[in-house]
Design a protein around this ligand. Structure first.
Ligand code: NAD
Length: 304
């Protein structure tokens, strides 16, 4: 099928474009920066906030599926108003263009930050956090993602045959990061595992970029199995930590005592059950199998 990917040159986008190419789709990847040169992939450099450029891209690509990843991807990475402005305008522009051009499926990248962890006294209703858990963003990035999700639900009311959805990938680990390249916030995976404080801010969530890419592909390939306006968590089912979260969460997020007992068996703080039920998707890559060998000093701590 013809699939248009926005943000296809980014950390996650490169894996999404690669997965779509390997699955035999005709891909148009649109980004401010040039994208990977792959079979079946046309790279277009364009600013999707430019209306004329956006219309030209959609008219030329005639996508049957749209995967919207473009945006500012890091909380506090840019001024608050810029994050809010860019992410929310891009989502409305791209998703409404997808509906307007007759696509059958369009999905946007949201984020687990919509759940609002890291405020003083934050406490989830329950653990693990699934798609039914209420959202409560507290910073402009999380709010931009909550607005993107509301944009999905808003457009879904009139989108006819186009099924809209959003996917909430955890902390994305690109393939080269398993081999030691720095992750999104600058530390290597080995450093994040050695110092729990580094991953505590994201509740120790992560997802391999290729696993997330597979879910984005399944969502646009199977609109008949997705409810219009549906949200999907996309998080590895184990935490990015050497110790179970019933030990770690109460240490860094006071108030989770008791609730975190549910994670004593080594589960992650989030579950991705909606994607498994709708599409048979489960994360396949985990840090214990993907990570280049850790320094010997960490070995005694690897029994969690
Ligand atoms: N990386 C993560 O851990 C993570 C976690 C959850 C959600 N997400 C979301 O997934 C998406 C992709 O994240 P990423 O890590 O690949 O980010 P990234 O910054 O690596 O990629 C985003 C891409 O969007 C492009 N872009 C930005 N504005 C654009 C515009 N106006 N027109 C065209 N292209 C534009 C950028 O050039 C960039 O290549 C984002 O929406 C992000 O918020 C990422």
């Amino acid at each position: 099928m013809r699939v248009l990917v926005t943000g296809g040159s980014g950390r996650l986008g490169r894996s999404v474009v690669t997965a779509l190419s390997e699955r035999g789709h005709d891909v148009t990847s649109v980004d401010l920066a040039p994208g990977p040169d792959l079979p079946g992939v046309e790279n277009v450099v364009a600013d999707l906030l430019d209306e004329a450029a956006r219309e030209e891209v959609f008219a030329a690509a005639r996508p049957e599926g749209v995967i919207h990843l473009a945006g500012i991807a890091v909380p506090f990475g840019r001024p608050d108003l810029e994050i809010l402005d860019v992410n929310t305008r891009l989502a409305w522009a791209v998703l409404s263009a997808a509906v307007g051009c007759g696509a059958r499926a369009a999905t946007a990248a949201s984020s687990p930050t919509v759940f609002g962890y890291n405020t003083p006294g934050w406490k989830p209703r329950y653990l693990p956090i699934d798609e039914a858990h209420p959202v409560a963003p507290w910073h402009s990035y999380g709010l931009s993602k909550a607005i993107i999700e509301e944009t999905v639900r808003t457009l879904a009311r009139t989108s006819g045959d186009c099924v809209l959805s959003a996917v909430r990938p955890g902390y994305v680990i690109a393939p080269e990061e398993w081999a030691g390249a720095p992750t999104q916030l600058g530390h290597t995976l080995a450093e994040r595992l050695a110092d729990p404080e580094l991953a505590a801010g994201s509740l120790f969530n992560y997802i391999d970029a290729r696993d997330a890419a597979e879910l984005f592909a399944l969502v646009v390939e199977n609109p008949g199995r997705v409810r219009n306006g549906q949200m999907f968590n996309a998080v590895a089912d184990d935490p990015l930590s050497t110790r179970p979260l019933n030990e770690l969460l109460p240490r860094f997020h006071p108030g989770t005592e008791g609730l975190a007992d549910a994670l004593a068996d080594g589960r992650a703080a989030f579950s991705s059950g909606a994607a498994e039920r709708a599409l048979g998707w489960r994360p396949r890559r985990h840090w214990r199998t993907e990570l280049a060998p850790l320094p010997a000093t960490s070995a005694s701590d690897m029994d969690a």
